[in-house]
Design a binder for this molecule. Structure first.
Ligand SMILES: Cc1ncc(COP(=O)(O)O)c(C=O)c1O
Length: 373
């Protein structure tokens, strides 16, 4: 083990050291109000998050997973339907349709961006598929134009999984505004993280926003607390999390620039090495580097080497969805999604967070370079 201090994959304590007084004040404000769900903090956060995200409306939810479920339900997905999702993502993307009695249909990813491949989407569609969930994985916008073209041709609804891509831009357009809904996670480690679980939806449709707001709030209607025109869920964003998120949202652009600074240092420092670096921005894109993942066919040896140099790494994700026990019932076999399988063997995430110093990034670069020396 190196004598130098460890470079962590993520260090939330550095963020909280700076934000502590503001977060404590936000918590105090909620305690003093005596309102803990469906109050002014949640409403203000929805307005502020929609504005920051370039969206018309935002609807707070209790997690990203539940935001995905509410979006699909609002779009009419139910038992017997199917929803196309990438084979390489976090499992929650595929669980959302299952929650509604629908089936996930897995789609392979493109080798460059590791996001849903539109040609494979078209190949795998069945008449049961009602919606598609492209994932802006690692903070890199999925190539939405060809996906939106397939969706339009085949009459599919589109829910963007924006859990890893807050403030991302695709060809100049904010992610989360390209489909019917954007679903965001504020899990603590996300680019915008709560101090617990939280999530939100974005949409350009007032009608869908009202329906989603009802579905996440026990199916309530405009007639008050005991007006339940439909079956819904208790998937609300609470006031404490909303108040914390408001403090952090004010910093999100600056933090995103911090992530991009680290990514630039990595790209410059690792140019010429025999590793796959994340694909550069398309014109007008803004990747937000929730994860900075290298690709190497010697991934496990590289990981062990970096560990020995005090550099923490992660693997997102070690198994493509079709090989997980949770989705065994889909009946897939190894080989069915070759790009997802290759990504799962090769991807290695390096430390990245806004507060990381240039010196730490330099140590990571040196450690990677020394592996190939
Ligand atoms: C791609 C993706 N989708 C969905 C989720 C689910 O979000 P949450 O953990 O807030 O339920 C996550 C993160 O956890 C994610 O990374």
């Amino acid at each position: 083990m190196s004598a130098e201090p460890v470079v962590p994959l993520l260090d939330l304590k550095r963020q909280y050291a700076v934000l502590r007084p503001e977060l404590q004040a936000a918590a105090q404000r909620v305690l003093d109000s005596g309102i803990f769900v469906m109050g002014p903090e949640g409403a203000a956060f929805e307005t502020e998050f929609a504005a920051a995200s370039g969206a018309k409306r935002a609807v707070g939810c209790s997690s990203g997973a539940q935001a995905l479920t509410v979006a699909l339900e609002a779009l009419g997905v139910g038992p017997g339907d199917a929803v196309a999702v990438p084979a390489f993502t976090f499992l929650a993307t595929a669980v959302a349709p299952i929650e509604l009695g629908a089936a996930p249909i897995l789609v392979d990813v493109s080798p460059d961006g590791l996001t849903m491949d539109a040609a494979d989407l078209e190949r795998r569609l069945t008449p049961a598929v009602k919606a598609v969930i492209p994932v802006h994985l690692y903070g890199r916008p999925a190539d939405m134009d060809p996906i939106l073209a397939v969706a339009k041709k085949r009459g599919l609804k589109v829910v963007e999984d924006c859990a890893q891509s807050h403030l991302g831009l695709y060809k100049g357009r904010p992610i989360g505004t390209l489909g019917d809904f954007g679903a965001f996670s504020f899990y603590p480690s996300k680019n915008l993280g709560a101090l617990g679980d939280a999530g939100a939806l974005t949409t350009a449709s007032d009608e869908l926003a009202v329906l989603a707001a009802s579905l996440r709030n026990c199916g309530r209607g405009p007639g008050g607390h005991y007006d339940h025109p439909r079956v819904g869920h208790n998937y609300r964003l609470d006031e404490l999390q909303a108040a914390f998120l408001r403090v952090k949202l004010a910093r999100l652009l600056e933090w995103t620039q911090g992530r991009r600074r680290v990514a630039d240092l990595y790209r410059a420092g690792m140019a010429g090495l025999p590793v796959g670096l994340p694909t550069a921005d398309r014109p007008g894109d803004r990747q937000v580097y929730h994860v900075f993942s290298l690709r190497s066919d010697r991934r496990d040896a590289l990981k062990a080497h970096l560990e020995s140099k005090g550099v923490k790494t992660g693997v997102y994700y070690p198994d493509p969805l079709h090989t997980l026990g949770a989705l065994r019932h889909l009946g897939h076999r190894p080989g069915d999604f070759p790009e997802a399988e290759k990504a799962a063997r090769e991807a290695l995430a390096l430390p990245i967070f806004p507060e990381m110093t240039d010196a730490e990034a330099g140590r990571v670069v040196a450690a990677v370079r020394s592996f190939f020396a």
